[in-house]
Ligand binder design. Structure first.
Ligand SMILES: [Zn+2]
Length: 594
């Protein structure tokens, strides 16, 4: 019971972390650029392949992606932002920011973003026109600001979405050619969820998607636009061998990112540069010569584009100022830190500010290279201080979480001890499995197991990620079934005992009943716990020990309800109920006695 309860508390406190998002976006001010940058491209084709893992793309036979790689820079150490869910990363791409800016932490999120996106920024720069074609995944984040938006209406997981998107793109692009065009393919992710990244189906779907990409590139070629265009191919996350993503594991976060075509330098595979999905949009804006938004925190990949040193200095200075502003806002947001703890961080931000002034000074006397280098190192320092601050906050919140779990488990244990001492709970363990109890217990267990099977059957016995959650690594539906069943395992025996014994036993007070109730609950919980523990052992063997095998650091809302709320209903509510009833009876008896 205590183990299960601690799972629940961990989920609850994780959700508490999620709600405590330290959103600083609204307080940020526009950071003006020191000069006017020069654009190195005015046309970008964005090819998005949902859920394509990098090593599997290399393994697959993909002549078109290979051609892009040969003509551009491939970032092999490219990753999602965490948690590695699709919506979270769609938002991170759209805004060039992490979750603390986007507020998108889970897959269920389907509202418009409140901060600037690639398309909303382009929309306000009137010389650019934008187009989007996909199955609707980008509709709310980018589609609303697109000048042309086509969302195909194909059944999800039909593996036909890519084909329909490709056909729609080929039909739409020639008459609506836009500066920025995004074409999104979804089938690789669907296959990843249904069959896993180790399957041949996954590889085949990458190959099919490659052929669609080939047709789009052919269209660009026939329109005479291929050489004028910067091309980005990227995915939002990878997939486990058995399918699923959302966590921190390398295979879940390692997607594909190729930057090719006009304005791209450093061709080849870059493995020593860690890049994340939120870097893409700031880099594209830099190539277009459009200023960055103050909410962006993805690093502009200045070393890999063809801008002049002067333009690079402009962006390096703007980025350093943006990072420093976000850093200072975050220090102030963490009210939990004492002012003494904040001092070294504030000193760090002051140092960065001084260096930015230096970089600006050098820029104004046309010392662009030195200005660029100083700004780059200032931005690096701001990021370093920033990450130290976040690490300190993370360790603090881990500590609080642990204390909270220990505290609540202690209170529950002490309550049980107290109830036994006061003889409110009267259970002799040799009676738990008595003949008397067997029928209600078996009823409880059978209801619970039937419910498990019902859940399984309603999803075709396939506990795939798509059934409940975007990842079967984090919140397996089978665990859900166990938790829901656990509730039934408590209350069905109570009902059974009441119905069976109502006439034969002349129990009158709850206290008299409660011995029977508890015995049945303990018995049926014992039975239902056996398969749960079997599953937990299997899970540890498969995915490693506590804590990552229960929920990811940032959990889904779904995980919160099931793992968090369920155990609390299971254990805390019956305990409170018993206490209330006992008090009530005591009062009643006292009244009778007087
Ligand atoms: Zn995805």
């Amino acid at each position: 019971m205590i183990i299960q309860l601690s799972f629940g508390i961990r989920a609850l406190t994780t959700q508490f972390d999620l709600n405590n998002k330290h959103n600083i976006a609204s307080g940020l001010e526009e950071v003006l650029q020191i000069g006017t940058p020069t654009a190195i491209t005015d046309q970008i084709l964005i090819l998005f392949v949902d859920g394509m893992r990098y090593d599997k793309m290399l393994e697959a036979n993909t002549p078109n992606m290979d051609a892009l790689m040969a003509n551009g820079t491939t970032f092999s150490n490219y990753h999602s932002v965490l948690p590695s869910y699709s919506r979270v990363n769609y938002a991170a791409f759209s805004t060039g920011s992490t979750t603390n800016m986007t507020n998108v932490f889970a897959n269920g999120y389907d509202e418009e973003l409140e901060i600037p996106t690639l398309y909303s920024i382009i929309d306000s720069n009137d010389y650019n026109k934008s187009l989007i074609v996909d199955e609707g995944g980008w509709a709310k984040f980018l589609g609303k600001d697109a000048d042309v938006a086509v969302f195909v209406d194909t059944i999800s997981h039909s593996y036909e979405e890519g084909l329909d998107v490709k056909n729609a793109a080929i039909a739409t692009i020639p008459g609506n050619f836009s500066n920025i065009q995004l074409i999104g393919f979804d089938d690789v992710d669907a296959v990843g969820h249904d069959f896993g990244a180790a399957s041949t189906t996954y590889k085949q779907m990458i190959e099919i998607t490659d052929s669609y990409i080939g047709e789009i590139l052919d269209l660009y070629n026939s329109l005479g636009q291929l050489d004028n265009t910067t091309i980005v191919l990227f995915s939002d996350h990878g997939h486990e061998d058995i399918g699923g993503h959302g966590g921190e594991a390398f295979n879940q976060t390692n997607g594909c990112f190729i930057l090719a075509g006009k304005g791209v330098t450093n061709k080849g595979i870059i493995s020593d540069k860690l890049t994340r999905i939120n870097s893409i949009t700031p880099t594209l804006l830099t190539m277009l010569g459009i200023p960055l938004a103050p909410t962006m925190n993805g690093q502009v990949l200045l070393d890999f584009i063809d801008s002049s040193v002067q333009t690079k200095a402009i962006y390096a200075i703007q980025q350093a100022e943006i990072m420093n502003q976000q850093f200072v806002a975050t220090i102030n947001e963490f009210g939990i830190l004492s002012s003494k703890t904040k001092l070294p961080y504030l000193a760090g931000s002051e140092l960065v500010a001084n260096n930015i002034t230096l970089a600006k000074g050098n820029y104004s006397i046309t010392q662009y290279l030195s200005s660029y280098n100083i700004a780059l190192s200032s931005e690096k320092s701001a990021r370093l201080y920033f990450s130290l601050l976040l690490i300190q906050m993370k360790s603090l919140s881990e500590l609080f979480r642990t204390l909270l779990i220990i505290g609540i488990v202690t209170i529950v244990s002490a309550s049980i001890f107290y109830l036994r001492r006061r003889r409110i709970i009267e259970v002799a363990h040799q009676e738990v499995f008595s003949k008397d109890q067997l029928l209600p217990q078996i009823l409880g267990m059978l209801t619970a197991i039937s419910f498990c099977i019902l859940i399984a059957a309603s999803f075709g016995f396939k506990f795939a990620a798509t059934s409940f959650n975007s990842t079967n690594q984090t919140v397996p539906p089978i665990l859900t079934a166990f938790f829901v069943s656990g509730t039934l395992a408590i209350f069905i025996p109570w009902l059974a005992i009441y119905l069976l014994k109502r006439k034969s036993v002349k129990f009158r007070t709850f206290k008299e009943w409660n011995g029977m109730f508890l015995k049945s609950t303990i018995g049926s919980m014992f039975f239902i716990t056996l398969p749960i523990f079997g599953y937990v052992v299997y899970y540890i063997a498969q995915f490693g020990p506590w804590p990552s095998w229960i929920i990811p650091p940032l959990a889904d809302t779904y995980a919160f309800w099931i793992i968090g709320i369920m155990p609390c209903i299971l254990y805390i509510i019956p305990l409170i109920l018993m206490l209330v009833l006992w008090k009530y009876e005591k009062k009643e008896k006292a009244q009778l006695a007087s």
